[in-house]
Design a protein around this ligand. Structure first.
Ligand code: FEO
Length: 392
């Protein structure tokens, strides 16, 4: 494939990874991903913006075969899916320098053993002239590591934000063009990668509102030639009102917890509350992460295993705690045989969730009428709280 031109003298030189199914040995990639790199040829200097995952260095190097000179490699982020080919590019272009933040330089020296004399570090707001094109560097920590920056190409109004605004989507489409794709691919990516940093992203969005942007060219998934599509989606995910939704992940071993979940779901729906239910033995955790972006309440369903929560449920609680969704209410339902500390253990596993914990319901064995009544009361309490908060 030839390098595709985005704007005059700006080219896509990234790699599409159609077959990758897991990122960080954790995040499911049902639609593959891409590692986007961009070549910017100014009248005097040439810059490569980000590189690709080391598994696909060959794709990038094939694009660069006919490129005589690269003066600068802009490293917006140190993670290896974008930085991993830097050593190969430096070897091909012995005079090239890596341009990055001081924190990213330190990381790249540690992760990739890049020698210190190959770096130029830049400050927030600093610019670098390529002749008729000017790169401006915008510090944006925690999207998604602490060292990250964004690069803005002033004359062409192109923003290269690396992970921010990305999506794990392998496609030959240059641009993300419909809201359905934004909802599915970009929201999933936001949920899995960006949501833990939503309060910081709020500040980055504020800062970016001062820039005129015609194209957003992230380092995963398609670009945006209508930047408002993704920027407004982020504003909604970060700042928009929570919804009248209960997320209900559960595991059941012998049917007691499942019966409680079924009853509770009916209770909530009868009271006008929407439910997203996930069987943790079968679900894609990316779907669960997406559901947590704008739901008001999480209720976890667990049986008891060796007095604690089922390991599937512990894993889901760990993820929810790490992803820091904006939930307002949390509760636990489930069952036990002879004794349980599942509630205490689970609540201890979610300290990052700044949510009100509502009275849990645990049944001894198969749920009785009394347990169903307690579930009815929990559903009523949730419906009432959602109504008071105006969640729609
Ligand atoms: Fe796509 Fe944080 O790397």
């Amino acid at each position: 494939m030839k390098a595709r031109q985005i704007r005059p003298n700006i080219y896509y030189v990234g790699a599409i990874d159609w077959d990758r199914r897991l990122f960080d040995a954790l995040v499911p990639l049902p639609d593959g991903t891409s590692y986007n790199a961009y070549l910017v040829q100014g009248s005097q200097k040439v810059a490569l913006i980000d590189t690709v995952d080391p598994n696909m260095t060959g794709v990038l190097m094939a694009y660069l075969e006919s490129v005589q000179t690269i003066d600068y490699i802009i490293a917006n982020h140190g993670e290896q899916d974008h930085s991993g080919s830097i050593p190969d590019v430096l070897a091909k272009y012995p005079d090239a320098k890596v341009v990055t933040t001081p924190k990213c330089r330190d990381l790249l020296m540690a992760l990739l053993l890049v020698p210190e004399d190959r770096f130029i570090t830049v400050n927030d707001g600093e610019t670098l002239s390529l002749g008729d094109k000017t790169l401006e560097f915008i510090y944006a920590p925690w999207v998604h590591w602490p060292e990250t920056m964004l690069t803005y190409l002033r004359e062409d109004r192109v923003l290269f934000p690396c992970d921010l605004f990305g999506s794990h989507l392998a496609t030959t489409d240059m641009y993300m063009s419909n809201e359905g794709q934004v909802h599915e691919a970009a929201k999933r990516y936001y949920a899995e990668i960006m949501m833990p940093f939503h309060t910081i992203i709020e500040k980055h969005l504020e800062k970016l509102s001062g820039y005129k942007i015609d194209v957003i060219a992230p380092s995963h998934g398609p670009m945006y030639d209508k930047p408002s599509l993704i920027v407004e989606a982020y504003q909604n995910w970060v700042l928009g009102p929570l919804k009248n939704i209960v997320v209900l992940p559960y595991t059941s071993m012998h049917g007691s917890t499942q019966r409680m979940v079924q009853h509770f779901l009916g209770d909530l729906v009868d009271r006008g509350v929407a439910v997203k239910q996930f069987d943790l033995a079968a679900t894609d955790v990316g779907k669960l992460a997406m559901a947590l972006v704008d739901a008001a309440t999480l209720v976890i369903g667990t049986p008891t295993v060796l007095v604690g929560p089922h390991p599937n449920v512990a894993h889901a609680a760990f993820l929810a705690n790490a992803l820091r969704p904006r939930l307002e209410f949390v509760s636990i339902i489930g069952s036990y045989g002879w004794g349980s500390k599942a509630v205490e253990q689970l609540t201890g596993m979610i300290p990052n969730l700044k949510a009100e914990v509502l009275a849990p319901v645990m049944s001894k064995g198969f749920p009785t009428e009394e347990d169903f009544k307690a579930l009815d009361n929990l559903a009523s309490a949730i419906a009432q709280k959602h109504k008071e908060r105006g969640f729609a």
